[in-house]
Design a protein around this ligand. Structure first.
Ligand SMILES: NC(=O)c1ccc[n+]([C@@H]2O[C@H](COP(=O)([O-])OP(=O)(O)OC[C@H]3O[C@@H](n4cnc5c(N)ncnc54)[C@H](O)[C@@H]3O)[C@@H](O)[C@H]2O)c1
Length: 416
């Protein structure tokens, strides 16, 4: 198989998860990309990743602190994956396209529509691939979820009810996730939720929301976040920070197909953690998939008992996973799976890399294009804008920048 030479740009926590994903892809026997360089403006982070890569992949990538230097020294690199912090995506992606690279960029595509448009325009100019790393929908149980909805198992969708609460006044991973102009937890995590909401039920067209900052002061906790992915940097996190990004957004969402969503995202939730996600339709309901948990979803159709796990597969006899998913997760039809979160995490990102390789060599269109990434961001931005204006906001208004009160300070910060 052709091995597309690639580099990872941004060697922090998520960069490390991308590296593990490349390890999974190599183990699958279907690797079509070759990590030849890593790049980070913080050289020690790039060196740390190169050390880990040598152990995981058996080959040490070259270390760079600038993409321009990387281009000069290793002109054969064809694609980069961007795992820098969210605020910088538009700058790094634009530079990558101008250097002639294909791009897989972490979500969100940018923090503002203007930033997204800068990336989309740079991609158009260069004619290279732009893929947004939105891995959750690639989970086998999320794929099953989508197949069940498409097969009409619960009928016409009426309502998507989704909510989560937790985190109290903890700093979530890094301080930047609490600063509006460079991150903001609602957008950073919210695009994942929106991506699945629209993957299952189609486009959201309007949002009415109220947002808050309940915890303007946040404190370092014992555990920085997901698994042990950030342990290496634990000592760098300050004991406390002053947050200026929203930590609660409660939204009502209107879908193009008439369905209505209710979405509560509370990142200042003290006490009991909460997480629910249900879709109701004209024939029944569905407890939706939880990406990377391996837990079964369940379906309850009027007049019948709840169906869960492999029994659900009988409702969609034609459903099959793609070849790489089947290899990574062990079967091409799954109602649940076991194994640690860390494995599911690297498997899903491996699928993104495999697709990137296919896009470069076979002219395949990525599943999560720049336009999908922009719409995922637009729904989050519409919620924040709606809270500023005190009225419902359409996604068209946001995507066309007809109203951008919320985003304007972010655009000013980045001078775009
Ligand atoms: N898909 C997911 O599940 C998921 C999970 C976590 C993070 N992410 C995304 O990954 C991205 C990175 O998050 P993280 O938690 O790893 O952040 P991080 O702060 O741990 O790492 C970012 C790295 O990028 C480097 N960097 C910053 N600007 C750079 C530039 N211009 N050029 C080169 N390197 C630069 C930093 O020095 C740092 O090493 C974010 O956009 C985040 O939203 C996605």
């Amino acid at each position: 198989m052709v091995q597309v030479p690639i580099a990872i740009v941004g060697c922090g926590g998520m960069g490390g998860r991308h590296l593990r994903a490349l390890g999974a892809l190599q183990e699958s026997g279907m690797s079509n990309v070759d990590l030849v360089a890593v790049c980070d403006t913080r050289e020690e982070n790039a060196i740390f990743m190169a050390d880990n890569a040598e152990q995981m992949l058996g080959k040490r990538p070259k270390v760079f602190i600038s993409m321009a230097d990387m281009k000069k020294n290793l002109p054969d690199i064809e694609a980069v994956s961007i795992t820098t912090d969210s605020g910088s995506h538009h700058l790094v992606a634009e530079m990558a396209f101008d250097l002639g690279y294909h791009v897989l960029t972490e979500k969100p595509l940018s923090l503002t529509i203007r930033g997204c448009n800068r990336v989309l325009e740079a991609a158009r100019r260069s004619g290279k691939v732009l893929s947004v790393a939105e891995q959750e929908r690639r989970d086998p149980i999320c794929r099953l979820n989508k197949a069940l909805i498409d097969a009409g198992v619960i009928g016409n969708p009426y309502a998507f009810l989704h909510g989560s609460a937790g985190n109290g006044n903890d700093i979530i991973v890094w301080p930047w996730r609490h600063y509006k102009n460079v991150g903001g937890i609602f957008v950073d995590a919210g695009v994942h939720e929106v991506d699945k909401m629209m993957y299952y039920l189609g486009d959201i067209v309007e949002v009415f929301a109220v947002s808050k900052i309940w915890e303007p002061k946040r404190y370092k906790s014992d555990n920085l976040g997901v698994s042990n992915f950030y342990e290496h940097w634990y000592d760098e996190v300050p004991d406390s920070i002053d947050a200026d990004a929203e930590d609660m957004v409660v939204s009502t969402l209107k879908y193009e197909n008439g369905a209505v969503g209710q979405w509560t995202a509370l990142y200042a939730g003290h006490g009991e953690k909460m997480n629910y996600s249900m879709i109701y339709g004209s024939k029944g309901s569905m407890r939706t998939a939880r990406s990377r948990s391996g837990r079964p979803l369940s379906v309850t159709i009027d007049g019948a008992d709840e169906i869960e796990g492999d029994a659900v597969l009988e409702l969609v006899p034609e459903f099959h996973l793609d070849e790489l998913s089947a290899r990574l997760f062990g079967k091409d039809r799954l109602g649940s799976y076991s194994g640690p979160f860390e494995d599911a995490d690297r498997f899903l990102v491996a699928l993104e890399y495999y697709e990137l390789g296919q896009c470069v060599t076979d002219d395949v269109e990525p599943e999560v294009t720049g336009y999908v990434g922009r719409k995922d961001l637009a729904v989050c931005s519409a919620a924040l804008e709606s809270s500023v204006l005190g009225r419902p906001v359409t996604i068209d208004e946001i995507e066309n920048e007809e109203t951008s009160n919320y985003e304007s300070s972010i655009n000013a910060h980045w001078k775009i």
